[in-house]
Write a protein that binds this ligand. Structure first.
Ligand code: BGC
Length: 362
């Protein structure tokens, strides 16, 4: 079958011919891939900064944001049926007996770092014609979400972050406040903004993109407010929010900007980091101010990566709501589609847009 693979040692990325996977245990199911989304992690992998092939292989098939159709199931499979469209989770447990997180099925909280990830770390990914996996990792989606189902994986990042915001807010017996600033209008930012709107938040999306872009249209269509980064200072934003910054959901990956916002976080505020910045030169921050604020204002900052099965379920439920409330805005998140043969084009990072998708089959 055809697949897109990165060869880290040879520093090559290309379309390859790879043996079509077969069901090898009764718990597995086989998928015909439909769509695979491309994100910043993929771009890091194809520029050889990240990513590890499976043991014994000199290449890694990339792709972790997936949508596939079940074409065959093993004899013990009960989670999915032939014909279902599904999204498959990314991370697999480390199997180390010393890791209670993986033992509890919460490999997104793995302690050892020995976890594997499909399309990222030691397991082939989904940018191929077919894949096989344990059906337990597959999550069926309603058939009418087929054209946008590939957005579910990036949405899981937001779901896990927002679930933690809710948990932290439980410390406030009056249910906390419901204003959130989203930093960044990429897929994780805009999907996060949609999920925050569904969760009842008033939302501001802070973006460096020029006004009038699709990102602004999506923001406004979901009833959030667009903040043009070049025209608005952080104190202006705080003013507009009524003087306090309660929840910041970072999805911009720029540490300097994130820490500038962190300095402006208000009493009982929560700051959620989801971005993974490239390592550049050190940046100076006022650590005394940050630490005083954290303590004197009861603030919480948390980082969040990957997502458990329950976030995949939450993402599917939310995607259904987004599709009902804002079908056009949701569709606008997918900017371009490319056939598998042309996947290198969007992977190069030279194609603009919000989410670029490789469509393997329709
Ligand atoms: C994926 C996560 C993964 C992380 C780190 C992200 O792009 O969405 O599932 O854990 O990269 O590899």
């Amino acid at each position: 079958m055809k697949a897109i693979a990165v060869f880290p040692d040879k520093k090559e990325v290309r379309l390859i011919d790879h043996p079509e996977p077969k069901i090898e245990s009764p718990n597995q199911a086989k998928l015909k891939m439909i769509d695979i989304g491309i994100c910043g992690t993929d771009k890091e992998i194809v520029s050889f900064q990240y990513g590890t092939p499976p043991p014994g292989s000199d290449y890694l098939i990339i792709g972790h944001e997936s949508l596939g159709e079940v074409v065959e199931v093993g004899s013990a499979v009960t989670d999915v049926n032939v014909g279902d469209i599904v999204i498959t989770t990314v991370r697999r447990p480390c199997g180390n007996p010393a890791c209670p997180a993986c033992a509890a099925g919460r490999q997104d909280f793995c302690y050892t770092g020995e976890f594997t990830e499909r399309g990222i770390k030691q397991q082939h990914g989904f940018m191929a014609e077919f894949t096989v996996d344990d059906a337990h990792y597959m999550n069926p989606l309603p058939a009418h979400l087929r054209s946008v189902g590939v957005l579910a994986e990036p949405l899981t990042i937001a779901e896990k972050g927002i679930a933690q915001v809710r948990e932290v807010q439980q410390r406030l017996p009056w249910s906390g406040t419901h204003q959130a600033v989203v930093l960044g209008a990429g897929p994780v930012g805009l999907l996060g903004a949609m999920a925050l709107r569904v969760a009842g938040f008033e939302v501001w999306v802070y973006s460096k993109t020029a006004p009038g872009d699709h990102r602004q249209q999506v923001t406004e269509a979901i009833g959030a407010k667009f903040i043009n980064a070049d025209a608005t200072s952080i104190p202006d934003i705080v003013n507009e929010l009524g003087g306090t910054l309660d929840v910041v959901y970072e999805a911009i990956g720029a540490s300097k900007l994130a820490f500038d916002f962190l300095q402006a976080l208000g009493p009982n505020g929560i700051f959620v980091f989801t971005g993974v910045p490239g390592r550049k030169a050190p940046v100076e921050v006022d650590t005394d101010l940050l630490m005083r604020n954290l303590v004197l204002k009861n603030q919480v900052m948390l980082g969040t990566v990957n997502a458990p099965k329950e976030s995949f379920q939450a993402a599917i439920a939310d995607l259904r709501i987004f599709h009902e409330r804002w079908p056009e805005a949701l569709g606008m998140l997918i900017s371009n589609r490319f056939p598998l043969e042309n996947a290198l084009e969007p992977l190069s990072g030279k194609v603009g847009g919000i989410k670029n998708v490789v469509s393997v089959s329709s």
